[in-house]
Design a protein around this ligand. Structure first.
Ligand SMILES: [Zn+2]
Length: 62
């Protein structure tokens, strides 16, 4: 499984902005021809969500 990064809404920086964290337990899903990844933050364990291009989704599914 390829590694994927996404914004974590729980891990915020000094300016209270979400930060990029590695996602684990990634699952690629498709809905209405849109692809997205669901997973958990490796840092805090919070749920993460990220939209993917079709190409990225195909790579992650392998
Ligand atoms: Zn987090």
């Amino acid at each position: 499984m390829a590694e994927i990064k996404g914004l974590c809404m729980k891990d915020r920086d000094a300016n209270n902005k979400p930060t990029m964290q590695m996602m684990k337990d990634v699952k690629v899903e498709e809905k209405n021809n849109r692809f997205f990844a669901k997973g958990k933050c490796t840092k805090c364990g919070g749920n993460m969500f990220k939209f993917l291009s079709k190409d990225d989704a195909m790579k992650l599914k392998k």
